[in-house]
Ligand binder design. Structure first.
Ligand code: HEM
Length: 404
């Protein structure tokens, strides 16, 4: 999209959360949601000016419409760096139907609530082991390295049949994939490394199968449903999406709860209370802070704005999830809030998070257990010294020194 002469008056898309309120969305977006809910923002110093859609209802309308594509290689696609446009199209999330639907179908059975519930005992025992091991250390201990990162990594390894010994490798590739400062070349390399690693694993599973998702994908290859490369790309995406997001959610939820100690007893209540509390944390934190990104493939009207075919759109779900029209006192954390389930933290429409039953199961098991086992848990540094990840697709913390 060419630069517009008016682009100077177009506010830049900002990722950084406000100083002093690192768990809130940038205040400029909350203001725009009131004054100009569908408006242009600038990327690439004004050379790209996609639309920003900040109201909850409008966000759902865009995410639920076939008028938008997730293809990041389209000319108007709102990528954060100009050169990432030249990278590979990548994971199946970046495809529209019917290709997207075909790939998603190969995985849907794996994430059915019943199948995910069967993983709950394994999640509980991994939680127990990690908390026991961490408890043996004398603080301060980095909660990210000792708990919030290894737990979902171990769970996704168990589900996929990936050896956990390789975690340093796959966590490093994931770090590049979420990093908005990485060049297109670096992103392509990380994507290629992960896919190549999983391609090797698909071939190994054919020789020695296991009771795991990669083996089941290898069987789908043998049945002629998908190719070896599809199986590798699908499992690479799950390996990446399956640990990075939940790891950040666990760490940020822990910080949030320590900042609202009066609400911790509610989290330790009955299962339905825990489930509701997790929905509120998902809404309140909405960790996908780069926003969901789309490009119109047909004209689309929202209110008095027409988004033209070819124009990009950013949907910052962390802003839509604080829309006062849909959530009472949206900037307050309220674990008892009943309308939290309406949140868009897992997206909406055909690309809505496939792994959400697993993410929910992990959060529902892990969060109460942390506070049951470590009732005196404390962050060892002041809030303003915590290293939040700003330039990444998923908000979180780099490290979190804690004592108990
Ligand atoms: C708290 C944790 C998580 C959050 C907040 C989250 C968030 C999201 C969001 C917002 C989307 C939609 C992206 C879009 O519309 O552009 C998405 C898609 C996806 N997520 Fe998650 N996710 C989480 C955990 C997981 C886990 C644990 C897995 C897998 C094990 C996973 C796998 C996926 C997949 C495969 C898609 C693409 C679906 C598609 O395009 O059809 N996610 N996630």
């Amino acid at each position: 999209m060419p630069a517009k002469s008016s682009s100077l008056s177009v506010p830049p898309y900002v990722l950084d959360r406000p100083n002093g309120a690192p768990l809130d969305p940038p205040p400029v977006f909350s203001r725009l949601r009131m004054e100009s809910p569908v408006t242009r923002v600038s990327l690439w110093e004004g050379r790209l000016t996609p639309w920003l859609v900040t109201r909850w209802e409008d966000a759902r309308a865009v995410l639920g419409s076939p008028a938008f594509s997730t293809d990041p290689t389209l000319v108007g696609a709102p990528t954060f760096k100009e050169d990432t446009r030249q990278g590979p199209r990548g994971f199946f999330q970046n495809y529209d139907d019917p290709i997207h639907a075909t790939m998603r179908r190969t995985l849907t059975r794996e994430f059915m609530v019943k199948r995910v519930n069967a993983l709950r005992p394994a999640i509980s025992s991994l939680t127990d082991e990690l908390l026991t091991d961490m408890g043996k250390l004398s603080g301060p201990v980095d909660f990210v390295q000792h708990f919030s990162l290894p737990l979902p990594s171990l769970v996704i390894c168990e589900l996929l049949g990936v050896p956990y010994e390789d975690h340093t490798f796959f966590q490093a590739q994931s770090n590049v994939l979420v990093d908005f400062t990485a060049t297109g070349e670096q992103t392509a390399e990380a994507f290629g490394n992960l896919a190549e690693y999983l391609l090797g694993l698909v071939q190994k599973k054919r020789i020695s199968p296991g009771d795991d998702l990669v083996t089941r994908l290898a069987e789908q290859v043998d049945a002629g449903d998908i190719t070896d490369q599809d199986a590798a790309d699908l499992s690479a995406f799950l390996l990446f999406a399956g640990h990075e997001t939940t790891a950040n959610m666990i760490a940020l939820s822990t910080i949030t709860l320590l900042n609202h100690p009066d609400q911790i007893p509610y989290l330790l209540g009955e299962q339905d209370q825990v489930a509701g509390a997790v929905e509120e944390l998902l809404r309140y934190l909405s960790i996908v802070h780069g926003g969901l990104r789309r490009t119109a493939i047909e004209d689309f009207i929202i209110g008095d704005v027409t988004i033209r075919a070819g124009e990009g759109v950013i949907i910052p779900v962390h802003v839509a999830n604080r829309d006062p029209e849909y959530f009472t006192a949206p900037d307050d954390l309220d674990l008892e809030r009943t309308e939290a389930r309406r949140h868009l933290a897992f997206g909406y429409g055909i690309h809505q998070c496939l792994g959400q039953p697993l993410a929910r199961a992990e959060l529902q098991i892990v969060l109460p257990e942390i506070f049951r086992r470590l009732p005196d848990l404390k962050i060892n540094i002041p809030m303003e010294e915590i290293a939040f990840k700003q330039n990444t697709a998923v908000y979180g913390v780099r490290e979190l020194p804690v004592t108990w």
